[in-house]
Design a protein around this ligand. Structure first.
Ligand code: PEP
Ligand code: CO
Length: 387
């Protein structure tokens, strides 16, 4: 959590958010839970994806359009293999990043790390790196504009499926100020987005992020990395989904291609043996980072390997491989390596627009989608053979 130097300014931003309308209504949150319950039952597939970090500078109606078109395109490829698809964008709130290091050094100068546009600026100056609570309001306004655009694009194509919005619930000042209570049911929900997730660095049992997520009715994602032990996972599930409700919890594995095969079986065994309905999904991005020629990147080969491993382990453990979670963009970027349209390492810096982690460009994302479609199809065949 950022430490804001000006407590009064933070309180003012929190108050302003409290007075604004929630970005998403409870009925849509409930609808997403019902859609995800179908995923939990093995009848549908979750496609979640978008920017690592949304930025104020990169925002435009065209960008929102390109990103949702890519998400829907991936969804329709996967749907062609059989399942109905639930589309969830990493958008309209994905403005804050957890950082491994609180400080960053350049040319002997040390400054606070960039933590996402909702917190501070990316420029390497002390003024820009100071956390500014007014940015929370700017993030809210951009999220609202994004949701309005998504609604308008959907109306323009009458039969088109709903694109839900999700982000990491990292900034609890923002989340809490946008939490609302339904007067009829008494339920609290995060008004900041349809689904929120808990990141790999903030999933401590008893920690503030888990405590916050316990209290809201939204579908919750939980990132599960290679250090997660099976008993720890079961304790987190007890906290986040005490009533074992289909559609409440999405376990998002992110192990890395080299570790997925050893880390995932015991976790899947644990949830299956405990009779847990939580959905298993795979994020083949966050365990597969590397630095090439000084540039943060990811290789499509590793992303595909981890994805395949996920499906293999799920089949072996008798678990529904329920979803995929990607960092991708509808824009023509050169941030990840690999794929037929990729120019190779020398191209990496050419169009590198990400404010944080490297994203798949459309040809790369579609390549992953084609692989997923075939894996989903094979899993369905196996199930019908077994039946
Ligand atoms: C992310 O999804 O952008 C992220 C930081 O993931 P993780 O918490 O899994 O590292
Ligand atoms: Co990321």
């Amino acid at each position: 959590m950022p430490v804001y130097p000006d407590a009064a300014a933070l309180a003012a931003s929190e108050r302003a958010l409290t007075e604004r309308s929630p970005l998403v209504p409870l009925c849509e949150v409930t609808a997403l839970r019902a859609r995800l319950a179908r995923v939990a039952a093995g009848a549908a597939f979750l496609v979640q994806g978008g920017d690592c970090a949304e930025s104020f500078a990169e925002f435009s109606p065209e960008k929102v359009r390109r990103d949702e078109q890519l998400l829907l395109g991936i969804g329709s490829l996967i749907a062609s293999a059989g399942p109905s698809v639930v589309h969830v964008a990493r958008a309209a709130g994905q403005f804050a990043k957890p950082r491994s290091a609180t400080m960053e050094s350049e040319a002997g100068i040390s400054l606070p790390s960039y933590r996402g546009d909702a917190v501070n600026g990316r420029a390497f100056t002390s003024a820009s790196r100071a956390p500014e609570p007014e940015r929370l309001i700017e993030a809210y306004e951009q999220a609202r504009a994004t949701l309005t655009l998504l609604g308008a694009y959907r109306l323009a194509e009458r039969s088109r499926d709903m694109v839900y919005a999700s982000h990491e619930a990292l900034l609890l000042h923002y989340e809490q100020a946008l939490t609302r209570q339904d007067p009829e049911t008494g339920l609290h929900w995060a008004g900041s987005g349809h689904m929120v997730w808990i990141g790999e660095r903030t999933r401590a049992i008893g920690g503030a992020h888990v405590e916050y997520a316990r209290g809201i009715a939204n579908p919750i994602g939980l990132k599960c990395g290679p250090t997660m032990a099976a008993d720890e996972l079961l304790r987190l599930i007890d906290l986040l989904d005490p009533d074992n409700e289909a559609g409440r919890l999405v376990l998002i594995g992110r192990f890395g291609a080299a570790q997925a095969g050893s880390a995932l079986p015991s976790l899947m065994q644990a949830t299956r043996r405990a009779g847990r309905r939580a959905i298993w999904s795979i994020d083949p991005m966050h365990g597969n980072g590397s630095v090439v020629r000084g540039v943060k990147t990811r290789n499509l080969t590793d992303i595909l390997t981890e994805t395949r491993t996920f499906f293999e382990v799920a089949a072996a453990e008798g678990v529904h491989a329920g979803g995929i979670h990607l960092e991708m963009t509808g824009s023509d970027v050169t941030e990840c390596l690999g794929g037929q349209a990729c120019g190779g390492e020398s191209e990496l810096g050419r169009r590198y627009l990400s404010h944080c982690d490297p994203r798949l460009n459309p040809p790369q994302a579609l390549e992953v989608a084609i692989a997923v479609a075939s894996l989903v199809g094979r899993a369905a065949e196996r199930r019908s053979d077994a039946a």
